[in-house]
Design a protein around this ligand. Structure first.
Ligand SMILES: Cc1cc2nc3c(=O)[nH]c(=O)nc-3n(C[C@H](O)[C@H](O)[C@H](O)COP(=O)(O)OP(=O)(O)OC[C@H]3O[C@@H](n4cnc5c(N)ncnc54)[C@H](O)[C@@H]3O)c2cc1C
Ligand SMILES: NC(=O)c1ccc[n+]([C@@H]2O[C@H](COP(=O)([O-])OP(=O)(O)OC[C@H]3O[C@@H](n4cnc5c(N)ncnc54)[C@H](O)[C@@H]3O)[C@@H](O)[C@H]2O)c1
Length: 508
């Protein structure tokens, strides 16, 4: 090992969260080392959000074309995966090359190191033979990998995770999908719409089990209409694979499911086991618990999926904003203290007071596309108005068709918290816009209110534009807008979001 190199901050893992933090701190003038062993940008631009949404866009175009019959004449649809695979290679991922992302970071003044970062005592990170000593802090943004269940026979078979599914250039004739969560449902519908015979096998008693039961029913019905077979409440005990016959899943009750390929999408697991957390007195649990400033402990911050606060790009971006501002505030204080005692280093002068880097905060993907926008408002201010993390209005959208958007608590979660719950519900098909839309109008608005406070604490917006309609409900939950005010608002006619008003009137 070489002598430790003194730097200001080390960021381990340059996924969505780490890349944003590292780039912003480097832009602010800090001496930042960014460590990434895979591709700068992480899962979202290369094997997650962006390519999967390109696949969904294509699959939805096929579905809309198939709806022409009876609405607008007739259309013959011949699916072809080639343009989708090409777009993912050429536009989304640059053939899984992160040169542009690395240059974006180094262009901001960051120092990039390719390799696996490991904590090596307080303030210290090792990467192979190199050791970095961080003056002000370490930021951990190591993300997750697929969590693969220890099923008999599975290890050693050529099963797919999200990575192989996103990289596929030629579609199989049939596909087994183990896990009916967000990834499983989105990809199952895509492949089915391109003509693959898809079977989803889910252990829980419903798909999309973290959302409202009505959302699970809607999503299952939509996928079944696309020809997807869905089996819930199934405990798979064993997996067999043979070169000719493909995969067989065997359940405890003797049921078998077969497919040419097997996609395992049964959740994610944080990359914590090999991080050396013990060297800084931390346990490697399932996630890295953080406080509302994203601090794990003295001199260590965490960002993104690894915090367990919601495995979404918008959560990573929201948290990144908080980390950047809190860390800059910390730097300013440390330098102020050093100046007062006459031990300050001149290197600090480039960094302004806390909060001065706030602002636009747009993140671009590895190949230049927009990944997302920082969640928290930028702006100036001292320590007094540094943003603190608050997940009460956490939005999430599963991009099936219809889309399932949700924010805050489900009805069940609200009841479990002992709230005085009121529920409002309206099927989209009963709204004017839903009726006009006709085929493909499946969806609903469900509201969950705390009757004592007179505010919404959760909502689901499912439908053709469920994720977009959600935005109004996110504002309502986030700002705790009184239900009485929401009722007396003007909702444009005939929009899908106008159904919110009907659901408000149904609260009871
Ligand atoms: C198929 C799929 C679809 C998705 N769709 C959406 C969506 O539509 N919307 C949404 O909001 N979210 C979506 N997500 C989730 C989203 O991709 C993640 O929430 C996001 O990528 C998390 O960012 P992160 O920075 O926490 O971690 P990651 O993106 O996982 O990045 C972590 C990085 O750390 C690196 N790393 C790990 N350990 C080390 C180490 N010791 N040293 C150096 N580097 C290390 C890894 O190589 C990786 O590049 C999807 C995910 C998948 C898999
Ligand atoms: N649109 C989006 O925002 C989006 C899309 C995809 C993924 N994501 C993020 O990625 C995360 C991971 O997605 P995911 O779908 O892998 O996880 P998930 O937790 O959403 O779903 C996993 C599913 O697998 C089931 N399961 C677990 N073990 C099983 C077994 N042995 N047999 C059968 N079923 C089993 C679970 O009951 C669950 O329904 C999501 O939670 C989400 O945060 C977001």
């Amino acid at each position: 090992m070489t002598e430790p190199q003194q730097v200001d901050v080390v960021v381990v893992g340059l996924g969505v969260g780490g890349e944003e933090v590292a780039g912003r701190l480097a832009e602010a003038g800090l001496d930042v080392v960014g460590v990434e062993r895979g591709l700068v940008g992480g899962e979202c631009p290369y094997w997650g959000c962006i390519p999967s949404k390109m696949m969904i866009r294509a699959a939805n175009a096929l579905a809309e074309a198939r709806r022409v019959d009876g609405l607008a004449g007739s259309a013959e649809v011949r699916p072809d995966w080639a343009p989708v695979a090409r777009r993912i290679r050429e536009e989304a991922t640059a053939d899984w090359d992160d040169t542009a992302a690395v240059e974006r970071f180094t262009g901001k003044g960051g120092h990039f190191v390719r390799g696996t970062g490991r904590l090596a005592g307080p303030g210290r990170v090792s990467v192979g033979d190199q050791v970095f000593q961080a003056r002000y802090g370490i930021v951990v943004g190591v993300g997750t990998r697929p969590s693969v269940p220890p099923l008999d026979g599975l290890a050693g078979t050529p099963y797919w995770t999200n990575r192989e599914a996103i990289e596929v250039a030629e579609l199989p004739a049939s596909l087994l999908v183990l896990g009916g969560g967000a990834i499983g449902l989105e990809l199952a519908q895509v492949f089915a719409r391109f003509g693959v015979r898809v079977t989803v096998v889910e252990a829980a008693d419903r798909v999309l089990a973290v959302e409202e039961p009505e959302a699970s029913e809607l999503a299952a019905a939509a996928l079944r209409a696309d020809g997807v077979e869905i089996h819930t409440g199934v405990r798979v005990d064993r997996v067999d694979h043979d070169q000719d016959g493909g995969f067989t899943l065997r359940a405890g009750d003797g049921t078998r499911f077969t497919g040419e390929r097997l996609l395992v999408v049964t959740g994610r697991r944080a990359h914590l086991d090999e991080l050396g957390l013990d060297t800084v007195g931390l346990d490697a649990g399932r996630y890295l618990p953080v406080d509302d400033r994203m601090r794990v402990g003295d001199g260590i911050w965490a960002v993104g999926d690894v915090t367990g606060e919601g495995a979404f790009t918008h959560v990573a971006m929201y948290q990144a904003e908080i980390v950047v501002r809190d860390l800059l505030d910390h730097v300013a204080r440390e330098r102020g203290r050093a100046d007062a005692t006459g031990t300050g280093s001149a290197a600090g002068a480039a960094v302004g007071a806390a909060g001065t880097v706030g602002g636009a905060g747009r993140a671009v993907s590895a190949t230049g596309g927009v990944v997302g926008a920082a969640g928290a408002a930028g702006g100036s201010g001292g320590a007094g108005d540094l943003p603190r993390a608050d997940y009460r209005a956490l939005p999430r959208v599963t991009f099936t068709d219809p889309e399932v958007g949700a924010v805050g608590l489900t009805e069940r979660q609200a009841r479990e918290r002992g709230l005085n719950v009121q529920v409002g519900f309206v099927p989209l098909s009963s709204s004017t816009r839903g009726w006009i839309h006709g085929v493909g109008d499946g969806g609903f608005i469900k509201l969950v209110a705390d009757a004592d406070r007179g505010v919404l604490v959760g909502a689901t917006s499912a439908g053709p534009a469920g994720g977009e309609v959600l935005s109004a409900l996110v504002v309502a939950v986030h700002a705790a807008v009184p239900v009485s005010r929401l009722r007396h608002m003007i909702y444009a006619y005939p929009t899908f979001h106008r159904a919110i008003q009907t659901a408000l009137n149904d609260l009871g």
